[in-house]
Every structure is written in C-alpha cells, then in structure tokens.
Design a binder for this molecule. Structure first.
Ligand code: DGY
Length: 326
C-alpha cells in the first residue's frame, strides 16, 4: 500500500477519503498542529508515495530528494503554489496539484469584508470599544468613506478577481481591471468591467484589490512609486499574496498620508507583520483568512485528497499545475 504524508492536520473531509482508500496506517499526519519544522518535514517525507503540503511549507528540491524516487505527487492544500518549486518537481516528473475553484467565492467574500471594514474603519472602532474608550455617538467619530458609486480597480482578473467584480455590482461601482491580457469581450460585458493599463488603474481607482498570483513579475508590484501614483483617498486591499506589496513602502505611504488606508489578509513574511504596519491605525490586518470557512476548507481537503487518490491509482490528477509531466 502506498504511504501518504500530510504535513499538518487538515479537515476530515480529506483525511477520511485518504484513510478509506489506503487504510488508516498508511496516512501519516504530522502530529504537531503548527508549521512543520524543516527537519520534521525532511524526516516525514522519507519513503512516501504522496505528499500533502500546506502553503506554509517550503517544498523544494531537497524535500523531493529526501522523499526518494517513489514520490508520485505533491498535492498542495491551497490554490496558490508559490511555496513549491514546480520547476524542480517537473524535472523529477512529479505532478504538483492545487485546489482551484472551491475557494473563489469564499475569498471574494472576505475581500469585500476587508474592503468594507477598511473603508468604514471597523478595526479602529472595535479597538475603541474594547479599550472602553468609546464616549458615545459623535458627529465626527471615525468618519470613513462611502464605497457605493466609487471606482474599484482589480489587479489580476482571474477567478477570484472576477468574483470580486461581480459583487461590486451591488454597490453600483465602476470596475476597472488590469492583467496580462484583457478578458474576452462577453466576459467583460457580463462583469461590467473595463480593461485598463496599470497606470490608469493606479490613477483612477478609489479602491484597489489585488488578485494576481505570486510570480517573479508580481513581487513588489506595489511599492513606493505605485503608492505615489494612487489617489490620496485610495484604499488598497490584498487577499492574494503578501510579497505583491512592499510592506515597508506601504507603511511609509500610510504614515505620510499618500493613500488613505490598507486592508491586508496576507503578508510578506507570515506570520510576522512589518513593525511599521503594526503602528498604522489605518491598516486593517487579518491573519490570512481568505479561504477560512468550514465549507471551503473541507472542500479544499477533499480536492487535495482526490488528486492523490487519482494519481496513486494511475489516473490523471484533476488539478495538476504541471501537466507536462503526465
Ligand atoms: C490559497 O489557497 O492559496 C489561499 O491563500 C489559502 O487561504
């Protein structure tokens, strides 16, 4: 029977599928409910046929080497897979899979929660109440900005960007977006979204929401120059990957009032947050909760398990990101 190593406990929807298919004893879940240490990871993968990884694990060539030549699949429990050296996996002819689709709407919901909470200063309001400093209703207390009728700029118009754009209709917003290429005309029409270049997105958006993957071209796509090019009243939201924003530059832009506020679900060095950002009252900071609902995390676990089951049964894993190895 093949052996599967799971680097951290995931919802039972996935583990039960694997256990039913391969037997309880063959599904080894790291006993620590924390990010697995490098030495534990290298020891855990030894001799396994499948690795189920979490987005906080760095899966590089050394991990694949430690696993051994029988490793047949790396199934990531996330839609993003920037934590895996896909090039190294491809060179070893190991398929890498992710969990697309099921977290699209959930992540779009959280993006809107953050956008609204940032615009209406809910983080500051909550802190005020909890600190017992609220002196009652005030005409000038924590005035935010309206969301409806404004311009939403979407940076990266894939599945999640489009789901965010659909929700903007309910707020009567103008939606502009940028990506490597425009969407087909009928998709743009259905979304009511207009393709623009990055400079226009920066200049015209009241809210910018980031939904691109983390690839070399998107690292620090938002830095000092971008913040200077945005409206002083603009709010930036990131539920994609932390390194798309230069956090030091963002903190400085927030402190200097170059932009109004930021709502962040992801950070450059999770779980560390840049100390200057922690000092910014106008930054809403959320601990990477984009896909964190019971329903979605269950579905993600099921997808990761189904990819492993397919591969170990000699079938095509449905969500392979390097299909050239199959
Ligand atoms: C993903 O799947 O990439 C998300 O960031 C998890 O929340």
């Amino acid at each position: 029977m093949p052996k599967i190593f799971v680097t951290r406990r995931i919802p039972d929807e996935g583990l039960d599928l694997l256990r039913r298919e391969f037997g309880e004893a063959h599904v080894i879940v790291s006993p620590h409910d924390r990010v697995i240490r490098r030495d534990e990871l290298l020891a855990g993968v030894r001799g396994v046929d499948a690795l189920l990884s979490i987005l906080t694990d760095t899966i590089d060539d050394a991990v694949m080497e430690a696993a051994g030549p029988q490793l047949k699949i790396i199934a990531n429990y996330a839609v993003g897979y920037n934590n895996i050296d896909v090039g190294a996996a491809t060179a070893r002819r190991i398929p890498v899979t992710n969990t697309p689709g099921v977290l699209t709407e959930t992540t779009a919901d959280l993006t809107w929660a953050i956008l609204l909470a940032t615009a209406r200063r809910l983080g500051e309001g909550e802190r005020l109440v909890r600190a017992s400093k609220w002196a009652g209703w005030g005409p000038m207390l924590l005035l935010g900005v309206d969301v409806y009728g404004k311009t939403l700029g979407i940076f990266g118009m894939g599945r999640i960007g489009q789901a965010v754009a659909r929700r903007a209709k309910g707020f009567d917003m103008r939606v502009i977006y940028t990506d490597v290429a425009p969407l087909p005309a009928e998709t743009e029409k259905a979304l009511g979204a207009t393709y623009v270049d990055k400079a226009t997105l920066l200049a015209e958006s009241d809210f910018i929401s980031i939904h691109c993957p983390l690839i070399p071209e998107t690292i620090h796509a938002f830095g000092a120059a971008e913040f200077k090019a945005m409206k002083k009243s603009a709010i930036i939201v990131n539920t994609a990957r932390g390194p798309v924003i230069d956090e030091e530059a963002l903190a400085e832009a927030l402190q200097r009032g170059e932009i109004r506020a930021a709502g962040l679900d992801v950070f450059e060095e999770e779980p560390d947050v840049h100390p200057k950002l922690l000092e910014c009252e106008n930054a809403l900071l959320i601990p990477h909760l984009g896909s964190a609902t019971k329903e979605t995390r269950g579905k993600m676990a099921e997808i990761a398990a189904r990819n492993i089951i397919a591969r170990l049964n000699g079938q095509r894993p449905p969500n392979c990101v390097n299909p050239e190895v199959l």
